[in-house]
Design a protein around this ligand. Structure first.
Ligand SMILES: [Zn+2]
Length: 440
């Protein structure tokens, strides 16, 4: 059997659910050549000096050869390209060029939980991206659908049921466990830096020598150095490990580029600029500034986080009687907003205009993109005391009529998250403010 047919046949038999199988497909094994005789699950790969073999699922005492592998190397590389014809897997509707890594994630994270209800995912797949597909179709699992004997009964392909979502969660956790196989965390480039970056830093310092007290100038230097570092790493195998902004803007920056602007415990905008990176050793003259940054980190983690936690409790108590009690209070007032590309934030709210009320839906939200509209808001709800109506609070909150206080308390959680994050050092970044949208 050629190796592609082998991969597809083993995945059709759900062998991708067995981590030992996945490891044997994408890595070189070192094991007793007779081990398979006592552990002969179907499609088990046996790497012998003669090449790659697999346990015949029809007769598990027998090994069959796999053609197309290279002796002493893994049978597949995660980035190895493969051309799939439409319908080669149940949820693929057009021809596509994919990789075996992508195919594995589709089998485990898409086909296993959802069958062909969710389309084949090309390119990078993230849990967050998948959840944005799921959330719009999610429905409680009706009682008559639970239990393995009813798995395929009366399921409407339009919806995704909670039991399928839970399978998806299990699958994503399982895939996370394979990270050490697929994500090379260490490489020479990941542990070093381009020596030219120091020359670039010295040049930028010389160009800005009179303005090094200004956080905006240091943020610009940071940005140029980080851009240089990212370009240098591009194409390296560790690129898939150094994914987050934090890996570059904070960790690699302080380690290899420059310590940069350190803020102390006071709440001013003054910064102490430290050009030397940790890799070059401590600049002892800057020792107080470095220590103050550490102290500010642990203080924020403790005392400042408390402020957020306290406000969550206060807001919960203050708002615990709020409820959604009526369909529409009939208010004609609202707040002005510009509908931006985060369309999911706007769906479920209602626009007020001379023509009356228009609800923003998934279907019509595109028509209002970039336009200014007046949206009904709880601020102007006409219901008495602590009651609100469904139109003023929008669909999302109206779905949980007694849970308004949880939404109110989320403001406290935002403070808490802000200070928690501050404990882990912050990147100094420049952002553009569009005063026209900020003032509304
Ligand atoms: Zn209202």
């Amino acid at each position: 059997m050629n190796k592609h047919d082998y991969f597809m046949a083993a995945c059709a038999a759900e062998e991708y659910r067995r981590s030992a199988w996945v490891i044997s497909v994408f890595a070189v094994l070192r094991e007793d050549p007779d081990k398979w005789k006592t552990d002969n699950y179907p499609y088990r790969i046996v790497q012998l000096p003669t090449g790659h073999w697999f346990v015949n699922p029809e007769n598990r005492e027998e090994l069959l050869p796999i053609e197309g592998g290279v002796k002493g190397e893994p049978l597949f590389a995660p980035g190895e390209k493969v051309h799939l014809k439409a319908h080669a897997v149940s949820n693929l509707h057009k021809d596509a060029e994919v990789t075996y890594g992508n195919l594995l994630v589709n089998f485990a994270g898409v086909i296993y939980p959802f069958g062909d209800k969710v389309e084949y995912q090309l390119g990078e797949i993230t849990a967050r991206g998948m959840e944005s597909i799921i959330i719009k179709r999610l429905k409680d699992t009706p009682m008559e659908l639970t239990g393995p004997e009813n798995q395929n009964k009366q399921r409407d392909p339009k919806f995704i049921y909670v039991d399928e979502y839970l399978k998806f969660c299990d699958a994503m956790f399982y895939l996370g466990g394979l990270a050490t196989l697929f994500v090379p965390a260490g490489s020479k480039k990941a542990m070093t830096v381009d020596p030219d970056v120091i020359k670039l830093r010295e040049k930028l310092i010389a160009e800005n020598k009179d303005r090094l007290h200004d956080p905006a100038v240091i943020a610009k230097i940071d940005a140029e150095l980080v851009a240089h570092d990212k370009a240098w790493i591009k194409g390296d195998e560790a690129e898939h490990f150094l994914l987050s902004g934090k890996a570059y803007n904070i960790v690699r920056k302080k380690l290899f580029l420059q310590m940069g602007a350190e803020m102390g415990l006071d709440e001013t905008q003054n910064v102490d600029y430290i050009p030397q990176s940790l890799n070059e050793g401590w600049d002892i003259s800057k020792f107080p500034a470095m220590n103050n940054a550490l102290r500010a980190g642990s203080f924020n983690r403790g005392a400042q986080t408390m402020l957020g936690g306290e406000s969550v409790k206060w807001l919960l108590r203050a708002s615990s009687n709020m409820m959604v009690t009526k369909d529409d209070c009939g208010s004609k007032l609202g707040n002005l907003f510009v509908i931006d590309k985060h369309t999911e934030n706007w769906v479920g709210f209602s626009m007020v205009s001379d023509a009356g009320l228009t609800k923003i839906t998934d279907e019509n939200v595109g028509e209002y993109l970039g336009k200014q509209v007046m949206l009904r808001s709880p601020m102007y709800c006409k219901l008495p005391k602590t009651d609100f109506c469904k139109v003023c609070v929008g669909d999302r909150l109206a779905a949980n009529p007694t849970a308004l206080s949880a939404a109110v308390a989320a403001y406290g959680s935002a403070f808490l998250a802000l200070f928690m994050a501050a404990a882990h050092a912050k990147a100094l970044l420049l952002a553009k403010l569009d005063y026209r949208t900020a003032i509304i």
